[in-house]
Design a protein around this ligand. Structure first.
Ligand SMILES: [Zn+2]
Ligand SMILES: [Zn+2]
Length: 326
């Protein structure tokens, strides 16, 4: 379960570079908003790794990963971050790298930590197309956008200043290829996984996939909204990604790494699901099996949000129960 990359390059530098030989080291996630940095994982392909933290006023909701692609036509952003402050800091770092404008934004799914930075990107680059799965657009327009603004705004103490919301408008359904000269982006959607609105973006030329929260490494999965996920769907989605011709996996949370981070993310879910299923068959209720499931998952006990396992078990229990009736 090793993650890859190079700790020394992450800390104070706003821009870092990795060569393939340095992947034997480990990426260290930032400890504070001031550590926000773009890490080059392949020529012209950067990852902004978020903190392993809950959103609060000091970190400005800086908790999820973003991708930055420098193409001949301009800059492409994958997930704009959890606040205007995150997006602003990311755009400032990008401006050190290039004078080129942002020409497209992708939001990997409906959760607010991945798209609340859209408004700041649009403020600086009016008219930029923002892509997302059509189901994400539908859900956000249906009221979830303002709910996310209230949740993230509350946690980061922005209630009085307000949280500006800009929604994706360019709908995707999976199967599309978007060409940005030397970089092709292939859009994957495998149905209900982390949410029912996930897109996973593959760069076949670079053998990289931006998985969104379908892969979360070092974090008890889907803790942002556990009710939203399908354990079995997410396991299938990760297996789908592992079958692609990809070498680097960028998770929605946690360090970028090789296939081992995808496998660990899947194995956590598989162990969780199998454990809940076994104890369900023994006749235990969700709250009665908590300690037994935690024991089965002890290899992951240092993962963030592990203390919220009870909540996760409740949702998986419902899924196991539903599957038993199929
Ligand atoms: Zn997330
Ligand atoms: Zn999410």
């Amino acid at each position: 379960m090793k993650a890859i990359a190079c700790a020394a390059m992450v800390s104070a530098a706003s821009i870092a570079s990795l060569t393939s030989s340095s992947w034997a080291h480990e990426i260290q996630l930032p400890d504070s908003f001031d550590d926000l940095a773009l890490i080059e994982i392949a020529p012209g392909i950067f990852v902004l790794h978020g903190m392993q933290a809950m959103p609060d006023p000091a970190n400005n909701g800086f908790m999820s990963n973003s991708g930055v692609l420098l193409t001949e036509r301009g800059v492409v952003i994958i997930d704009s971050g959890g606040s205007a402050e995150v997006a602003a800091a990311m755009l400032d770092r990008i401006a050190i790298l290039t004078d080129a404008p942002v020409i497209a934004v992708f939001n990997t799914h409906v959760h607010g930590d991945h798209w609340l930075g859209n408004a700041e990107v649009l403020r600086r680059y009016p008219g930029v197309p923002i892509f997302a799965h059509e189901r994400a657009i539908e859900r956000l327009q249906g009221g979830e956008a303002s709910a996310w603004a209230a949740i993230m705004g509350g946690l980061t103490d922005r209630e009085t200043s307000g949280v500006e919301v800009s929604l994706p408008t360019a709908g995707l359904s999976g199967g599309e290829t978007l060409a940005f000269d030397s970089i092709n982006l292939v859009v994957h959607h495998t149905g209900h996984a982390h949410t029912d609105s996930d897109i996973m973006l593959e760069l076949p030329g670079q053998k990289i996939v931006f998985a969104g929260d379908v892969i979360e490494y070092g974090r008890a999965v889907s803790s942002d909204v556990p009710a939203d996920f399908s354990a079995r769907g997410q396991i299938e989605a990760i297996d789908y990604l592992l079958a692609l011709n990809v070498e680097l996996f960028v998770p929605g949370h946690g360090p970028t790494g090789d296939r081992e981070i995808a496998e660990a993310s899947r194995d956590f879910l598989q162990t969780l699901y199998a454990s809940v299923e076994r104890h369900y068959e023994e006749g235990l209720l969700d709250y009665e099996m908590r300690d037994l499931v935690a024991a089965d998952l002890r290899a992951y006990s240092d993962w963030a949000n592990f203390e919220e396992l009870g909540r996760l078990i409740s949702y998986v229990y419902l899924q196991v129960e539903e599957a038993a009736w199929d």
